[in-house]
Design a protein around this ligand. Structure first.
Ligand SMILES: Cc1cc2nc3c(=O)[nH]c(=O)nc-3n(C[C@H](O)[C@H](O)[C@H](O)COP(=O)(O)O)c2cc1C
Length: 355
């Protein structure tokens, strides 16, 4: 039952392991690709050299297709010194109150250069490249096509999906409200572009003539089949892979995930300056009064980076950015290759039951 899109990607299953910046590892990506899905490297936070190294590590573990994903960002950012000073004070005060011996520092750069990351991606030449946060330029799209790299754009509304289709994307990853991690919105305020998958997916499928990938809250094979019934060419699962041993998420985060209930999952701006879905823990509640005034992404993201590293090292999940989607209660801790097999067995059984 391989869809033309899945066949084009050269994979066996209609299953994409979502790129998860800071959490995907070459071992995770390779395990998913070796099991017949499409593994994706979340490279948004990586410097160009690290992108090349990780791609080489994936290739040492797998000869199957895989994806590299980047956040499309400008080369320079608005820097409001007053807002930065105020954010640092609130963050440092919180660390002191919580007994964590770490303070914010002003980094040399707020984020890696997107132009350099893009050049590294082209050099690594994965089968698939996916992008979030904004559109590419037409010249960048041409470059990917010349290299025969399949292009997937991320959209959170039908308008955004249209924009990617017009630009020449080969497929759109449709990120619904349920999805874990950062919102990929670029034409609308992320907090306003929170559309559930059951509404968003058929709307986008009706409007587009390129394949649509369903992303958000899909945690089992039945979900993958449901997305297919609604018109998806494949499903992209992030949270489902977070508790896998190959995943690079902090141990405290992995421990907290299976205990989390859907009502504890919210849209959070205070870790990075951009809306993202995750667990509302101690940090989130403490920073809530300042959330709206924190500098926009990537400035707050860079300021909290050492704090999040220290929280992970101290096993303090309550102070970490514990990103996850609304389906988190269904997360399963098992090797990624095994999880792909379980998901696809469930998918086959659900299909049979409905036949
Ligand atoms: C921890 C985490 C990190 C993520 N990082 C990225 C990323 O770097 N790039 C991206 O395009 N999407 C990222 N996402 C969003 C996923 O691509 C996808 O939309 C989402 O995981 C789907 O929802 P689910 O988590 O409910 O499966 C991330 C999601 C999670 C959970």
């Amino acid at each position: 039952m391989t869809s033309p899109f899945v066949a084009r990607l050269g994979i066996t299953h209609p299953l994409i392991q979502a790129p998860m910046s800071g959490s995907t590892t070459p071992a995770l990506v390779a395990a998913v690709s070796n099991a017949g899905g499409l593994g994706s490297m979340g490279a948004g936070y990586l410097e160009p050299q690290a992108i090349l190294e990780q791609a080489a590590q994936v290739r040492a573990l797998s000869d199957r297709p895989f994806a590299i994903n980047l956040f499309v960002l400008p080369e320079t950012f608005d820097v409001d010194e007053v807002a930065i000073a105020s954010a640092r004070k609130h963050l440092d005060d919180l660390m002191e109150r919580e007994g964590l011996a770490v303070r914010t520092v002003r980094p040399a750069r707020w984020a890696p250069s997107f132009a350099d990351q893009f050049a590294a991606l082209c050099e690594a030449r994965p089968a698939v490249a996916s992008f979030a946060f904004d559109l590419l330029t037409p010249a960048q799209v041409r470059q990917l096509k010349q290299l025969d790299i399949t292009l997937i754009g991320t959209a959170t509304t039908v308008d955004e999906a249209h924009a990617w289709a017009e630009l020449g994307a080969d497929a759109v990853s449709l990120q619904s409200a349920e999805a874990g991690g950062h919102r990929g919105s670029f034409l609308h305020e992320p907090e306003q572009a929170l559309i559930g998958l059951f509404a968003l997916l058929p709307l986008a499928v009706r409007a587009l003539d390129i394949p649509v990938i369903a992303a958000g809250g899909i945690m089992n094979g039945r979900g993958i089949l449901a997305a297919e019934v609604l018109g998806a060419a494949a499903s992209q699962l992030g949270t489902a892979f977070l508790a896998c041993p190959e995943c690079g998420a902090a141990e405290a985060w992995k421990r907290d995930l299976p205990k989390a209930a859907e009502h504890q999952v919210g849209t959070i701006r205070s870790f990075s300056g951009r809306a993202a879905r995750g667990l509302r823990n101690t940090y989130v509640e403490a920073m809530r009064p300042y959330e709206a005034s924190l500098p926009a992404y990537p400035v707050t993201n860079a300021l909290t980076s050492p704090l999040r590293r220290a929280a992970a090292a101290a096993g303090r999940g309550d102070l970490l950015s514990e990103w996850c989607g609304q389906g988190v209660g269904m997360v399963r801790a098992m090797p990624a290759g095994e999880l792909v097999k379980v998901l696809m067995d469930e998918y086959a059984q659900a299909r049979k039951a409905l036949a």
